[in-house]
Design a protein around this ligand. Structure first.
Ligand SMILES: C[S@@+](CC[C@H](N)C(=O)[O-])C[C@H]1O[C@@H](n2cnc3c(N)ncnc32)[C@H](O)[C@@H]1O
Length: 217
């Protein structure tokens, strides 16, 4: 796993961008290889735009919800300590790494994008933690974590699928305003995607939702 390989995957869509290893804002102990802060936002040439749309490098950003969820795990260590954790839609691996830092026993980071799986492996190495990567989630977990995965309408079944894989599901999302069916709204946090994507202010508030298979009466 190498940063150079990650760099060449980024260049395949954004030729003028490069990878930098930086501390995560609000969670300085985590270091990630991400797109350079002054990356070219646009207007991008049409060929570059087409490449970005076809193969968006989500893994080169640390999304607001991932940052919020990582900070939440640091504050509430007991949530993952000693447990088997699935980070679904892991991107850079920010949430998976935070779970390791908060004492998880086993962490699987799943992402359908093979480039994200490489990014997670590189970032796990940078942070000296053990994370298994997977393109498709399988197995059984104590808790599944999802940060900014529900942006895509095609993902509307993801929550039902995730509930078959874990006893607890924790969702952090800046796009979802309504509590998903069966979930409880447990709070909201303020966070912004890094490097700054220039998202609308409304996406700086991250909602947290939780579902438990077993609830204490
Ligand atoms: C917006 S990014 C968020 C990444 C990370 N959780 C964070 O907060 O920085 C969403 C990620 O979910 C992945 N993804 C989307 N749908 C997925 C699915 N059904 N299963 C696994 N990964 C998925 C995408 O490839 C992308 O890397």
């Amino acid at each position: 796993m190498s940063l150079a390989e990650l760099q060449s995957r980024l260049e395949a869509t954004l030729p003028d961008a490069h990878m930098e290893v930086v501390s995560v804002p609000g969670y300085q102990a985590i270091k990630l290889a991400l797109i350079n802060e002054d990356f070219p936002i646009g207007p991008l040439p049409q060929t570059v735009m087409n490449a970005v749309i076809k193969d968006p490098a989500y893994w080169a950003f640390c999304w607001g919800s991932g940052i919020a969820l990582a900070r939440y795990l640091r504050r509430q260590r007991g949530i993952v300590s000693g447990l088997r954790v699935l980070d679904l839609g892991s991107g850079s691996g920010i949430v998976a790494i935070a779970a390791c830092f908060s004492g998880a026993r086993l962490v699987v980071a799943c992402d359908t994008d093979p480039n994200a799986c490489l990014a997670i492996a590189v970032n796990a190495e940078i942070n000296n933690v053990a994370i298994t990567t997977a393109g498709i989630a399988s197995g059984h977990f104590d808790i599944a974590l999802l940060g900014d995965v529900l942006y895509d309408p095609r993902n509307r079944d993801v929550l039902d699928e995730t509930r078959t894989l874990a006893d607890t599901v924790l969702v952090a999302d800046s796009r979802v305003k309504q509590t998903p069916r069966g979930f409880c709204h447990i709070g909201s946090m303020s966070a912004r995607t890094f490097p700054n994507l220039g998202e609308f202010d409304e996406f700086r508030t991250v909602q947290l939702f939780r579902w438990d298979r077993f609830t204490i009466a």
